[in-house]
Write a protein that binds this ligand. Sequence first.
Ligand code: HEM
Length: 565
Amino acid sequence: MWLFVVAFVLFLVLQCFYIPSVRTVVLFSRLPGPTRIPLLGMALDLLFVKPYDLINFIGSHCDKYNQFLSAYVLGIPCVFMQDPDDIKVILSSNVHIDKGVFYDFLKTGFERGLLLSNGDKWRNSRRLLNPTFHNKILEEYIESFGRHGHIMTQRLLEDSTAGPIALKEYLFPCAIDIIAETTMGISLNTINFENRALMESIQSVFSGFMFRLMNPYLKRDWMWKLTPVGRKTTRDLNSALTTTRNIFMQRVAEYNASKAKAEQANNEDTSKGKKLKPFLEKLLDLNSENPGEWDMEDIMEQVNTMVQAGHETSSGSTIYALWALGHNPDIQEKAYQELYEIFGVSDRPTTKEDLQKMVYLEKIIKETMRLYPIIPLIMRRLNQDLKIEGKPLIPAGANVIISPLLLHRSEKFFPDPDKFDPERFNKDECAARHPFAYIPFSAGPRNCIGYKFAMLEMKVVLSTVLRACKVSSITKVEDVKFIPAVVLHPTVPIEFFVEEQFFKDEQFFLEEQFFKEEQFFKEEQFFKEEQFFKEEQFFKEEQFFKEEQFFKEEQFFAEKQFFMY
Ligand code: HEM
């Protein structure tokens, strides 16, 4: 019986733990870090750390060990580094490009996509996909960002009279609608409560992934599926994947049909005149230009990856930006003035030229991503030893973990780090800062491929909201903690009051009108006075002339009279 219990416990331990190689263990023991029970490492401490205290926990250890420490987490050899010089070495490397072991949890349905693939598979995909995020191509999407931003803002204004607003309920569907249209060319219209089942499945899968990342002992799929969260996440994931597969197959069939038609019509491009060519069609084009690189499953997983990577990130960052603006009315006012100078009271769509003029808004977005980097942890699994000058060798098999959240709140690079101050992103300040001290989109060859897409989307959506609404934050900064899961997740919903910006415009417009009328009245008055004066003068001169004439005539008559006598 005892033997059975021991064997069962051993089995469970082996299922929950990661077993590094002997070489890794030996070399790892030379790195600085707290001494703990071998392999279990920090796992016992972590048992008592709440998810929202995790970043502070890591931060306090990094401070103790001069921003470089090693620790086991359930047998996973982890190296935490927070010095930008060290970060530069790993992020700029073309060799250490594999994602950390924790990402293995997210693989079902996304394994072949750009975010989670590794090695040559990733290298080939990245090479093929880079041109699909070229500036010229992204400009095609501006109209879509603006249209969805506008629909969302209208809904926001309609609902704002009912009381506090949880912006996530608006910005999340807006981002889903945008990413569905730009990647697959479909209109989900979740903002108006259509296709909500798909949106809810995607949301639930995301929450499930976050839960699993916070509980890494659930590394085996069979264990994960035994938990209620695991079962629900698997169900929702299957449902989301089935729906997206159906959409995908339909779009591919349409693409093939239109291509065949074009070939029949003597190679005339039927996509000409079409405003937006979705990402999926670009991938199908790439696939026919580079036969053998991908199969249909690859393409589908690339599309799924873009959908997954491209909505929670940009919508979450936009919410944090509005939250910060809602606490800093003077900054919000300055942003509004910039937009007013570009658009006046017009609600016309945003153009590429308008976006170039939104200099202050861009600084606001950058400062938001400094304080609230939506990807709070970046991880790499070393497939070769890594040598950083002045540090012991980090062995292959170790996982390097970097926290942009801790880095961006370092007093050393950002004085008074808790203050929201967009001016930190003035040209001179940026040039003086260490280039690896600010990495919201990561950096180097494995940075975010969608960063320009995200910046454009956030600028368009944020400016559309700010042109029409004034926001004030209800949720206090000190009441919110953050869970560093897949994305930086607030512990409570962030709520706002939203007012129509219209009143201000109207007021401004009325004042301007009044001023113009007053000016006109003054000018008219002046003109009248001048006219009157001129007329009077003329009249006087005429009178004088007449009198003089009369006098002359009388003189003449008198003289004539005199000669007659
Ligand atoms: C505010 C918005 C966004 C932020 C802050 C952000 C941040 C990041 C970061 C930090 C990474 C690197 C993750 C790592 O190395 O572990 C990443 C990767 C990636 N992001 Fe983004 N992202 C954003 C929006 C987007 C959008 C809109 C898309 C797609 C349309 C996208 C697609 C991707 C992809 C595919 C990768 C993997 C790239 C690779 O491994 O080669 N992201 N993102």
